[in-house]
Design a protein around this ligand. Structure first.
Ligand code: ADP
Length: 304
């Protein structure tokens, strides 16, 4: 049984439940306060975040535990602090109160692919691919390794491997302008994967893509996650995307940004068209949608 199957087997049937009422498995899991089956990789504990500019209370009292190897989506209306939570996890912002706690190095999980051990703690993928337009695909993907001064031969191998991972073998010398939007996003994902991160933070990575490209990238991301077993925190506005991809959806409301519900997605370990068209998927989408509407009402946003 794979760690993923074990996690799925331990999952109760999913449904949104108010945050802050204790874990669904009846066991104490500290600040997770949610259905964390895996040992936590990182925790946001009692986080407040206030921005001086504009005096915005972006987050208040946020407690969130991310299990090692878990795929978690943050779902919520604009302005509820999803990106701020990601940036705190990435160390790009500092909390006003509370702390970001990482598992001890010794307790951190090993990659499921022994030939590709984890090396970096995290990588970030943004909505825009943010590629250097003058540089080739290979030069874009190799940037994080060149910054680390890895030997050239090792860089070449790692870039080839990362491009193969995202289905872009043969495009190493192409320039970003020669690629479609979906291919540019694949380059961005390859640039993140080349560092072999334990935690992949994704901020609405597919929001700007057309539906068909988005579905394909969803599948490819899941295949990559199944193979490497890194941890994903995925920010999205899309109920359908979050249910398709995630093991757990954390729904947030705005003013101040906070967690209002968590939903376990009790889907199959391999998710495909059969999952997308299943009754269980439809039911999970209805529940996530209800949670999102409640979050919008709680944050004072208009629904619809
Ligand atoms: P989301 O990702 O859910 O749309 P954000 O995390 O981007 O929300 O923002 C949460 C709130 O914090 C918003 O009101 C936003 O305007 C504010 N905010 C985010 N970043 C900054 C910043 N650097 N300076 C001032 N206010 C910010």
């Amino acid at each position: 049984m794979s760690p993923q199957d074990r996690a799925s087997a331990a999952m109760p049937a999913g449904g949104p439940r108010p945050a802050g009422r204790g874990p669904s498995n009846g066991q104490s899991s500290g600040p997770c306060d949610g259905p964390c089956d895996a040992a936590p990789l990182v925790r946001l504990v009692g986080i407040d975040k206030r921005f001086d500019r504009g005096g915005t209370q972006a987050l208040r009292g946020l407690d969130l535990s991310i299990g090692a190897g878990e795929f978690v989506s943050l779902l919520g209306p604009s302005g509820c602090g999803k990106s701020t939570a990601l940036r705190l996890l990435a160390g790009l912002e500092r909390p006003t109160a509370g702390e970001v706690r990482w598992a001890d190095a010794a307790a951190r999980p090993a990659s499921a692919a022994p030939d590709e051990p984890f090396e970096d703690d995290l990588a970030f993928v943004f909505q825009e691919p943010t590629l250097m337009p003058w540089a080739s695909v290979a030069d874009n993907v190799s940037l994080p390794l060149r910054i680390r001064h890895l030997p050239r031969a090792a860089i070449r191998l790692r870039v080839e491997e990362a491009l193969a991972t995202v289905g872009l073998s043969g495009f190493a010398s192409a320039l970003p302008r020669e690629l479609s939007g979906g291919m540019r996003m694949r380059v961005s994902i390859a640039r993140a994967m080349v560092t072999r991160p334990r935690l992949l933070l994704m901020d609405e990575p597919f929001a700007a893509l057309d539906e068909i490209t988005r579905l394909k990238l969803n599948d490819d991301l899941l295949a990559l996650w199944r193979r490497r077993r890194f941890t994903v925190v995925f920010v999205t506005h899309s109920v359908y995307e979050s249910v398709y991809l995630s093991q757990r959806i954390v729904t947030m409301a705005a003013r101040p940004g906070r967690i209002v519900a968590e939903q376990r997605i009790d889907g199959p370990s391999v998710r495909d068209e059969a999952w997308r068209t299943s009754e269980a998927y439809g039911e999970a989408c209805r529940q996530a949608s209800a949670g999102l509407h409640a979050a919008m009402a709680a944050g004072g946003a208009h629904v619809g």
